[in-house]
Design a protein around this ligand. Structure first.
Ligand SMILES: C[S@@+](CC[C@H](N)C(=O)[O-])C[C@H]1O[C@@H](n2cnc3c(N)ncnc32)[C@H](O)[C@@H]1O
Length: 227
């Protein structure tokens, strides 16, 4: 499973910055929203954890806004970390940890933990909740957890609607076969998103003071939690 994930993302790493924008509607808008949502002063040396940093797109925006921040970027895929290091080479204060989130020792305390398009890869609700709890514990008081990713429709009709719209978006860049038999087939076979309300319920049970949703467009949602 772990090897499989690394292989999957190593295979995507070279063209990732283009591909992600072809797969995720309004990707840049959402990344900017995540970075701009954090309520800290730009001169503060805040501590941030970016889980599944990929090629560093989110960390780049965070560094632009919070130059003095200390960011820990974790990702299990060598090639992703390589691209992140290149993109972020101009910035000080970034630490890279090659690790799956499941194996990461949450030994430090953070003002903010961010994760984008990663937790759909987790195995099941139990594993997810155990990680949500660890994230909550690792936050400083009033610290924030921002999570962006796909959710399942609450019934077959809604899920079909989501998939129809997602497929149409992806088909602006790829043909029908690559969209349906490639991207969406991989999503259906390998990813395990949960229903929107189940996500909220899991997050509410994980120790956060508040759970909210500040963006939702079909199957993509941005959750914001405060400890
Ligand atoms: C779809 S990319 C998202 C990258 C970045 N967060 C973004 O939004 O552009 C998923 C990334 O998460 C990493 N990843 C997958 N499973 C992970 C896990 N269990 N723990 C940490 N990172 C993981 C992959 O290596 C990949 O770089």
């Amino acid at each position: 499973m772990k090897k499989d994930i690394r292989k999957q993302y190593a295979g995507m790493a070279d063209g990732y910055d283009l591909t992600i924008r072809q797969l995720i509607p309004k990707y840049d808008h959402i990344m900017k929203r995540m970075a701009s949502f954090l309520p800290y002063d730009k001169n503060q040396a805040i501590d941030i954890l970016d889980i599944g940093c990929g090629t560093g797109n989110l960390a780049f925006l965070l560094k632009k806004k919070f130059f003095y921040s200390n960011i820990t970027c974790i990702d299990p895929t060598d090639k992703m970390i390589k691209y992140a290091k290149q993109k972020l080479s101009v910035f000080p204060g970034i630490k890279y940890v090659k690790s799956m989130v499941q194996d990461f020792k949450f030994n430090e305390k953070y003002d903010a933990v961010l994760v984008s398009m990663v937790f759909q890869n987790l195995r099941n609700k139990r594993q997810k909740m155990s990680i949500y709890r660890k994230i909550c514990k690792s936050l400083k008081q009033d610290g924030m957890f921002l999570m962006f990713g796909p959710v399942l429709g609450s019934n077959d009709f809604v899920e079909e609607y989501y998939m129809k719209h997602w497929s149409a978006f992806i088909q602006k860049s790829f043909n029908k076969e690559k969209t349906e038999g490639g991207w969406l087939a991989t999503y259906r076979e390998k990813d395990g998103p949960d229903k929107f309300l189940d996500e909220i319920s899991m997050l509410q049970k994980s120790g956060f003071k508040t759970v909210d949703v500040v963006y939702k467009d079909n199957n993509l949602a941005l959750f914001v939690m405060v400890k």
